[in-house]
Design a protein around this ligand. Structure first.
Ligand code: GDP
Ligand code: MG
Length: 381
């Protein structure tokens, strides 16, 4: 299967709902008017392109339609593809030039961090790179075991300590080992959940400082893993996690399992952080470097990968109330819970900014201050 076909297969649900909606709009309108634009906006928002980005796309469309004197609604499809392509802009890949390159992987529980690391190990190994993985999610023993299964499968080394041990110490040891063993890449798995969100954010900031100190001269990536099925909630997570370390790229996972693939466009447009990798399945080779052009081409390609009927079903169920759909689907209920959880995260993180909390323990206060310094330095740069 070619790259476009593979991405298109991964985007099957998104394509069915997004393209289906657009096609129905263009079929039901004979002229281009404001009513048509309203429906377009709605279709885009429903596909998780986000309000801000959907409005921007429509503004650009209006301009192009006027400039080119387009009157047939059916000609808009091509224009949308063009506009989305423009919004997606250029791509940025992983920077691994200065070895050992250090990739810190962060994100909420269940986003797909460990799986993504497994897939990355496999890819680097294929490229004959020497890889070392740091098991810095020490919060649960199962997390360390799960990571080890992946590293064994990919045939790369792992540095691990016991459950509950200091993640910073794991990272420290891993960086020492990577230098001693002349590794090309160190990948750090981190926890997505701790006793409370302040602990989590502090811990990630601390790991980041250890990397600063131990590997300041190396290439650095901080990859935020976001679950595409959480839709717009992913954008909130990105805002929160960017407080812990300067995020250099986003890995968007589970694009295969969602009709909310439009979130890629929203993330790219609203966060200003490049999407560097996409996960399109649970298997070891289901990770792809993100390529805007291929993504847009795949999103708009007319290929059907499963039976027409199934796609029709998707479209019909989308047409019904989204709420009913969510209640019927247990996976979706979990999503709702996750969304609620992140709202808590955001609230708690706001709390952490309150002075009393900061003063709670001197050490914690230092952590917060230093993190702020780091953020300020980053901004200044
Ligand atoms: N369908 C699909 N599932 C994925 C993808 N990436 C991760 N998963 C699944 O998401 C679940 C959580 O992944 P995990 O790596 O443990 O998340 P972590 O808590 O962030 O480390 C697992 O069941 C994975 O198989 C993907 O791209 N597609
Ligand atoms: Mg994990």
């Amino acid at each position: 299967m070619g790259i476009i076909a593979k991405i298109a297969a991964g985007l099957k649900k998104t394509k069915a709902s997004f393209l289906g909606r657009l096609k129905r709009i263009f079929n039901s309108f004979t002229k281009i008017d404001e009513e048509l634009f309203e429906e377009l906006e709605e279709a885009m928002i429903m596909s998780d392109i986000g309000v801000e980005t959907s409005l921007e796309i429509c503004d650009r469309l209006r301009k192009k339609i006027k400039e080119r004197g387009i009157t047939d609604p059916n000609d808009i499809m091509e224009l949308i593809q063009e506009v989305i392509g423009e919004i997606m802009g250029d791509d940025t890949g992983l920077d691994l030039t200065q070895s050992p390159a250090v990739i810190m992987v962060i994100g909420v529980n269940g986003a797909g961090k460990t799986t993504t690391i497994g897939k990355l190990c496999h890819q680097f190994k294929k490229e004959k790179k020497k890889v070392l993985v740091a098991a810095a999610d020490t919060f649960r023993a199962a997390a360390i075991d799960q990571l080890e299964v992946w590293t064994e499968r990919a045939g790369v080394d792992i540095v691990k300590h016991a459950e509950g041990s200091d993640p910073g110490a794991v990272v420290y040891d891993a960086l020492e080992a990577a230098k001693a063993r002349d590794c090309d890449v160190v990948i750090i798995d981190t926890a997505g959940r701790l006793h409370n969100k302040k602990n989590l954010m502090d811990e990630l900031a601390k790991i980041n400082r250890i990397i600063d100190n131990k590997a300041g001269e190396c290439s650095r990536e901080v990859l935020l893993v976001l679950d595409a099925t959480t839709g717009q909630n992913a954008v909130n997570q990105a805002k929160l996690f960017s407080e812990t370390a300067p995020i250099t790229g986003i890995v968007l996972t589970k694009l295969d399992g969602t009709a909310k693939g439009g979130i890629v466009i929203s993330i790219k447009n609203e966060l200003g952080i490049p999407v560097k990798l996409i996960g399109v399945g649970e298997k070891i080779d289901d990770l792809q470097p993100f390529d805007s052009r291929s993504f847009v081409e795949a999103l708009f390609s007319d290929t059907d990968f499963d039976s027409e009927d199934e796609d029709e079903d998707d479209i019909i169920s989308d047409e019904e109330s989204e709420d009913t759909e969510e209640i019927e689907d247990t996976e979706e209920i979990e999503e709702i819970e996750e969304i609620e959880e992140t709202e808590e995260i955001v609230e708690e993180s706001e709390e952490t900014e309150e002075p009393e909390e900061v003063a709670e323990a001197t050490e914690e206060a230092e952590v917060v201050e230093e993190t702020e310094e780091i953020v300020e330095e980053e901004v200044a740069e």
